[in-house]
Structure formats: C-alpha cells, structure tokens
Design a binder for this molecule. Structure first.
Ligand code: UDP
Ligand code: MG
Length: 314
C-alpha cells in the first residue's frame, strides 16, 4: 500500500505566496514519490484572491483539496478544521507564507518512517523578529513550563508532521479557546525534534500584532493550566500572613508605648496594594469563568462553506 501524506495549509490573505508555496510543495512531492501527496488548503475567510488561486490549482492538479470556511476564524481553528478532514497516514501542518521551508518535509517523513509519531520543527534563530519579541517569547515559555508538569516544546511552532494517531487524538480536543501548541504537548506520543532557521516572510505581512501575541500568550497559559488560580491563593495567603504579623506588632506596640495616630501614608499604601491584588485575582477568576461560559455554549468550532476533496486514492 502506498502511504498517503496530507499537507495542511491554513490560508488567510496569502495571494502573493500561494503559487510559490505550491511550486515548492510540488517539488518536495516529486522528491518523495514513494508517497501519495495531498495538499489541503484551509481558506480561513481570506478577503483577497487566495480562494480563486486555490481553485485554479485544483483544476490543474488533482492532489489539491480545499476547505472554505464561512469566515475568518483564526489559524488555530483553521488547523483543526483541516485535521478534521484529512484521512491519510500522516499530516504535515505548514504555514502558507513560506516561513517554514517545505524542503524539511523530506526529513520529517524520514523520521516518521523511523517510528516517530510527531516530528516537529524547532526554530533555532528567528530571522526578522525584533529583540523585544524574542525576549517576550522566551519569558512566556519559561512561565508556561513552570506552571505544568507536561513537557513543553520550546520554540516549536505548528510546523510538524503528525502521524494518523496524533491526528485522531487532536480531533478529540473540541475546546473553543484553542491553544494548539499546548495540545501538541499534551497528547504525548513519540516526539522528534528537528531544527531549522525560521525565514522571514516572503511577502505579505504577519497577521500577529503585538497585542494579539500577548493575548495568545495569556490564552496559552489560561487554557493550559489553572496555576494562576493557585498563584492568587498563595499570594492571598502570604499577604494575610504578613498582615497578621503586622497586627500583632501593632497591638504589642500600642500596649507598650501607647497610641500614636500617624500612619496615613502606610494605610493608603496597604489599601491600594490589597485593592490591586484583589482586582488581579478577580480578573484571573474571570478569565476562567469566561472560558467556562464559552465552552458551555457548545457552539460548533467552525462552519464550512465548501469542501472539495482531492482525487488522491486512500
Ligand atoms: N492564518 C490563518 N488565519 C488567520 C491568521 C493566519 O489561517 O486568522 C494562517 C496564515 O495564512 C499563515 C499561518 O496562519 O499560513 C501563519 O500566519 P502568520 O504568518 O500571520 O503568523 P506568524 O508566522 O507570524 O506566526
Ligand atoms: Mg508567518
């Protein structure tokens, strides 16, 4: 039996690079002609000509498949939409913007044949990213790792090969607030890391503003662990303990030396500090409650407008 390998490409306004990407993918497929390749484009509500380009590709190449989502849902959802539709021995998730070199697929397949289930690419250098962005990302990974016992793959993006069993596993994760990197870590299985230098975008621009990244980081932590709740409990305990000691100190001092009224600044400082701590704790609780609210609605993760299969025999 010839094995089928699907390449899953989330696409959002990528008209400028799609053809270049397609060409490089086709070259990779030619090199690995032991396998049947399928190129599954997930059009995540692009507002440019991306969908037309994909449709044109499909006309001339029966390995091309596409899902057209009803609107823009974000990359995380586009990925699960794709994973829900593949039916192949291995699936490779790759960005459309050529920041992930398609040529690595050959190496990924080799490790997969060696028995690994999840071959992920770790970027060693981040070409074209600012110092601030690298620094925040490093802090983020450290916080995330400290808050959980599941090993987190640092700097591993979504560019990876997933064996069928990983795909089946990930399909069972129906949470709406998706943090796919966390899911990849959670599922376990035999992981293999390969490294590469992440390229700057070929053209177009990243859809991630700085604010969006911060949001993603908070999302990542909140949807992955409840450690922040524990942290606010601990902060509460520590502050109460300090306050208790301070009360004892005040009582004893008053008994020994009598009352003295001064101390307005220190009261203000304590009140404001505690007010801040309480608000932050409330905010943290709120984050989790909003997640509970969104999950209980049980909405579908995405809606498909059109789905056209490839003609690759499975
Ligand atoms: N993408 C998507 N939906 C979105 C935003 C991005 O499907 O709402 C796709 C995009 O087309 C690309 C990949 O996700 O293939 C990564 O996006 P981007 O290059 O903007 O992210 P970065 O490389 O900066 O992490
Ligand atoms: Mg990119």
């Amino acid at each position: 039996m010839v094995k089928v390998v699907s390449v899953l490409i989330p696409v959002y306004n990528e008209e400028l690079v799609l053809l270049k990407l397609y060409k490089r993918l086709a070259d990779v497929a030619k090199k690995n002609n032991k396998y049947r390749f399928e190129f599954l484009f997930v059009n995540d509500g692009s507002r440019d000509k991306s969908l037309e380009i994909i449709k044109d590709m499909k006309k001339s190449d029966n390995r091309v498949a596409y899902i057209d989502l009803s609107r823009n849902y974000g990359k995380e959802v586009a990925m699960i939409a794709g994973l829900d539709h593949v039916d192949s021995d291995a699936t490779i998730v790759i960005d459309a913007d050529l920041q992930d070199p398609p040529e690595l697929i050959t190496e990924m397949i080799r490790h997969w044949e060696d028995g690994y289930d999840d071959v992920y690419a770790r970027r060693t250098e981040r070409a074209g990213e600012s110092w601030l962005r690298r620094k925040t990302s490093s802090v983020f990974y450290r916080v995330l790792q400290h808050s959980t016992e599941i090993p987190i793959q640092r700097d591993a993006g979504d560019f990876r090969l997933l064996d069928k069993k990983c795909v089946m596993a990930i399909r069972q994760f129906r949470e709406r607030e998706r943090y796919t990197k966390g899911i990849f870590s959670w599922i376990g299985y035999r992981k293999k890391e390969i490294t590469y230098v992440r390229q700057p975008r070929v053209s177009g621009k990243s859809k991630w503003s700085y604010l969006k990244l911060v949001n993603l980081a908070i999302n990542g932590i909140i949807s992955f662990t409840t450690a922040p709740l524990r942290a606010s409990t601990i902060i509460g305990l520590v502050v109460s303990l300090i306050a208790f000691i301070y009360i004892l100190f005040l009582v004893i001092r008053t008994m020994l030396f009598g009352v003295d009224v001064a101390g307005y600044p220190s009261i203000m400082a304590v009140v404001l500090f505690l007010g801040g701590v309480q608000l932050i704790s409330l905010g943290i609780i709120g984050e989790y409650i909003s997640r509970i609210y969104n999950e209980t609605k049980q909405r579908p993760l995405y809606l498909v407008d059109e789905y056209h299969e490839s003609k690759v025999k499975k």
